[in-house]
Design a protein around this ligand. Sequence first.
Ligand code: S3P
Length: 166
Amino acid sequence: MRIFIIGYMLSGKSTIGKKIANKLSYDFIDTDKLIENTYHYTVNDIFEKFSEDVFRQMEKKMLENIINKDNIVIATGGGLPCFNDNMDTIKQNGKSIYLKMTSKEIISRLINSKHPRPLLKSLSDTEKEEFIEKNIKEREVFYNKADIIIDGISCKVDDIISQINI
Ligand code: S3P
């Protein structure tokens, strides 16, 4: 069994993913961390020194490697399901859970976040809000293909596990 946690930046994918993995005694992988450990660059540096396109190729490669592993919970980067047919790969190789949050909730979390997000860092506060609202709408076409769609704010680990039916 492979469980993919997908959703927008700051929706809590890694936090929930680790809790689910603990409960099920599964391994846990965060695709951003896997990329950083594999390529020895931070995500931020990959965007700056190379390009977003290079980062998306790395994400695709990591996903292809992960689907050989079993009993694992995978928190993906926010954009991973939305590029290169990755959502189809996810659907064919495991259960997917979309942690759904509104743009307002994401924006309020962004204020307290110390972790730099390359897609947002050069934008003013107003531009960030506009970008997030538009980008979530575009990405939901992919996120909404998930097997389970769950409220990212109120979700409970036990509910998610019972919905996955393990
Ligand atoms: C991205 C989300 C980030 C990271 C990269 C790009 C995106 O991951 O993969 O900065 O395109 O939404 P988080 O969702 O963990 O912030």
